[in-house]
Design a protein around this ligand. Structure first.
Ligand code: PDD
Length: 285
């Protein structure tokens, strides 16, 4: 049984109930985060909360919670749910209205919901143990505010399903200029001639916390060059390595894109070095 939090109360997840007039339910009008936690230690807590706050500000949801309030909530959920390998899901919707009306209602309190779910143990930096991915490609058909971690994820869900129906674990997305944006629930990196490259932050992709930690640990180490720049579809299909990154996956090697092997079709040396640096440094964020 999983213990959840809903509007001030801790309760079994199965007992949590919201109004059908909650704008999160009706409109996907909310912001969310997923914070990974291993044996009681969270990765990237402060940047996750900072991103939550900037997402709430971007969509005009006023929630008066400090970082300490969020920390208390996360730590309580970690303790109550066994402190293993957990994803902490944090969700704030604009709140429950008395009618269905598109404009922001006045004087309603945001709904705050959170729960913990089991995630896989953290990746180990060993080629033979890597959890590899095969991915599809698709034209990115989502909205133009992908930097906001909105709970309105239908565009992402439909893109994920495109790959899933082909037996693939992700779908990587390209804009109308055939430039890489991200994947349905991950950021994307390529490696070419020893250089790690990922698209720059803009409205086409989520500013992933894992992406940020990867760039930071690589830059601090200094032995592997990194570039944030536009990545074309041709560069993806001719890359030596492709990775997808997210809070629960950390850095996952992609071994095939549209069923064509990436490089020699095996886990790469640069992934090995990057995952080792990530493993060593992740609890500093
Ligand atoms: N997904 N891009 C998208 C569209 C995402 O949904 C995610 C995360 C990421 C990676 O962000 P981060 O490194 O901060 O987890 C990139 C989460 C985990 C999810 O929806 O479950």
């Amino acid at each position: 049984m999983s213990i959840a939090f809903l509007d001030g109360a801790y309760l079994p997840l199965e007992e949590a109930r919201i109004s059908p007039l909650d704008r999160g339910f009706l409109f996907g009008d909310g912001i969310y985060e997923v914070v990974p936690s291993y044996a009681g230690s969270m990765v990237g807590f402060a940047p996750h909360i900072a991103r939550m706050k900037s997402g709430l500000a971007a969509v005009g949801i006023n929630l008066d919670w400090s970082e300490t309030d969020w920390a208390d909530l996360c730590n309580r959920l970690i303790t109550d749910n066994g402190a293993g390998n957990l994803g902490i899901y944090l969700h704030v919707s604009r709140g429950a209205d008395t009618k269905r009306f598109h404009g922001f209602p006045e004087n309603i309190a945001p709904t705050v919901f959170a729960f913990a779910f089991d995630i896989a143990p953290p990746p180990i930096a060993e080629k033979a143990l890597a959890r590899t991915y095969k991915v599809s490609t698709a034209r990115d058909l989502r909205w133009e505010r992908c930097h906001i971690k909105s709970t309105a994820l239908l565009g992402n869900v439909l893109h994920f399903q495109q790959g899933y129906e082909k037996g693939h674990g992700e779908t990587i997305l390209f804009n109308a200029n055939n430039e890489l944006t991200e994947a349905s629930a991950c950021n994307v990196f390529i490696v070419k001639n020893g250089i790690v490259i990922t698209p720059p932050l803009d409205n086409q992709l989520l500013p992933g916390i894992t992406r940020d930690i990867v760039l930071d640990v690589l830059r601090k180490d200094g032995s592997i060059p990194v570039e944030e720049r536009i990545v074309t579809m041709d560069e993806v299909t001719s890359a030596d390595e492709v990775w997808v990154t997210s809070s629960s996956k950390e850095i996952a090697p992609v071994i095939a894109v549209d069923d064509v092997p990436v490089g020699n079709g095996e886990v790469g040396d640069v992934w090995l070095a990057a995952q080792a640096l990530y493993t060593a440094g992740k609890f500093n964020y």
